[in-house]
Design a protein around this ligand. Structure first.
Ligand SMILES: [Mg+2]
Length: 492
């Protein structure tokens, strides 16, 4: 029987892979999109009606007519089928990368917060299997009970990022668009820089590895670690081991896990003079024009924090971060009221409620959520929006891979009071190569907001495998996490 291709003289060399159904019509199931387009073009040019060419089937006609409509997925039928992890190291810290698979071949990428266990995400798998990832807020409300402050939030927030990636890919839009659109096209990054004992070397490093690369906003560490083992600079420090190098000190407990007011360490006038001189050298090296924030001062009480704040006031630092733990709201207010350098905290706070408390109490001048602890993309936008309504700016803490960075970039683009996003990976060779997407990710200290669907980047498997921790397997099966075995409701 003469088939439809003969009837309109479809070129012989282009027809070999076509399959034919009854009456010689083309079987659409077994032709490629490219072939279908050629068939339609040639067929209609050959005077064939659409109905004739497609054997009169309305479904087939509809498929033909809409074949150029971009439709990666049927969002209403999308379902989560798997959740796996590849635990990367040296990013610069540990970054468990989450991959969520679906029944339609779409893959969503997320990331557990730096330094947190992959298990925080894996234990959520049984709560997610079979669910539609596009119902982000519904799923977030189901799983947020398994998050907590600091690293304990890592799984909940990392999964939330992957859900946004999937929803964006399913609907063909970038995440920022689903959040209400952009306030800006590029995201200002601020480059973190760990402490160096010699201030001249520190200033040189800031200049050569940050400013010369185009960064316009810096953060430095300085604190009582600089004063340890220098006579006359600290009171009460001799019973604590202030830094790893310090082998000699007697200890009355673990310094790192003793909350600030309980160490009773104080900085003497001599110590404050040393710190002020140190900061002054760095300010002179960097210049007055560049905002420089500061962090990691050490564990001392509210009075010493105020004395330190006053000692460095004239160097106009962008903010002083985490002088005391975030949950001492009254102490934060005491510090903020006493000094004129902006105060900031929040990188370990989970969910908006505790940010609201800080903002309502006027306890800090700025907030600093880490999206991988604060509740993910939407919760962080809600936090930013609440702060914005109260005239409080939002900087963002971040110390992960480009996957988590992109979650931050979309949130920052869509949140009005955003100031700058942290970057801990400036010195990590190959950091940007961990993903594919529009490159470079950062141009002169700013990250262009991607317009691709979802987060806008995909894990670059070849490069990421080089960062895989020795104790991790590359997205190994996680069937042991498939079964939900508890009654999870957190209310009665
Ligand atoms: Mg910090």
């Amino acid at each position: 029987m003469k088939n439809i291709l003969d009837r309109f003289k479809f070129p012989k060399d282009a027809r070999s892979d076509f399959q034919f159904g009854r009456n010689g019509a083309v079987d659409l199931q077994s032709t490629t999109i490219h072939q279908r387009r050629d068939f339609l073009k040639n067929g209609l040019l050959g005077g064939l009606s659409l109905g004739m060419a497609l054997d009169g089937s309305p479904e087939k006609e509809m498929e033909f007519i809409t074949q150029k409509v971009k439709r990666d997925s049927k969002p209403s039928e999308l379902k989560i089928t798997d959740l796996r992890i590849a635990h990367l190291g040296g990013v610069p810290f540990n970054s468990p990368i989450i991959r969520i698979d679906t029944n339609q071949g779409l893959v969503g990428w997320g990331e557990v917060r730096d330094g947190a266990s992959p298990n925080y995400a894996l234990m959520l798998k049984s709560r997610l299997l079979g669910q539609n990832p596009c119902n982000i807020e519904k799923l977030f409300k189901e799983i947020k009970q398994f998050g907590g402050h600091g690293r304990a939030a890592g799984g909940v927030c990392g999964v939330e990022m992957a859900l946004w990636d999937l929803a964006g890919k399913a609907y063909g839009v970038p995440v920022y668009q689903m959040l209400g659109g952009k306030f800006r096209d590029e995201i200002r990054m601020y480059a973190d820089t760990p402490e160096i004992d010699d201030p001249d070397n520190f200033a040189k490093k800031l200049k050569e590895t940050r400013l010369d690369k185009g960064y316009t906003f810096l953060k430095m560490d300085f604190g009582i670690g600089l004063l340890a083992n220098k006579p006359g600079m600290l009171t009460g420090a001799n019973v604590w081991k202030l830094n790893q190098k310090d082998k000699k000190s007697k200890t009355v407990g673990a310094y790192n896990s003793t909350k600030h007011p309980f160490t009773r360490i104080q900085i003497t006038d001599k110590g404050l003079e040393y710190i002020a001189e140190y900061v002054g050298k760095i300010r002179a090296g960097v210049g007055a024009d560049i905002p420089v924030a500061a962090d990691h001062f050490g564990h001392f009480d509210v009075n010493t924090a105020i004395r330190l704040g006053k000692a460095v006031e004239k160097y106009q630092l962008a903010w002083l971060e985490d002088l005391v733990p975030w949950f001492y709201t009254d102490q934060w207010k005491q510090i903020s009221d006493a000094i004129e350098t902006p105060t900031l905290t929040g990188e370990d706070i989970f969910l908006k409620e505790d940010f609201i408390k800080l903002i309502n109490a006027k306890a800090v001048d700025m907030i600093h959520p880490d999206l991988a602890s604060s509740g993910g993309i939407l919760e962080t936008k809600k936090i930013g929006d609440y702060a914005e309504e109260h005239g409080i700016p939002m900087a963002m803490h971040f110390a992960g891979s480009p996957i988590s960075m992109m979650a931050n970039v979309h949130c920052a683009a869509a949140t009005e009071n955003f100031v700058a996003l942290e970057h801990h990976g400036v010195d990590v060779v190959g950091w940007e190569d961990l993903v594919t997407g529009d490159k470079p990710l950062i141009v002169n200290g700013f990250a262009p907001v991607p317009n691709k669907p979802g987060l806008g980047v995909e894990l670059n498997e070849e490069v990421a495998k080089k960062f895989l921790r020795k104790d991790s397997q590359w997205f190994a099966p996680t069937d042991q996490w498939n079964t939900k075995d508890s009654w999870d409701r957190d209310w009665s």
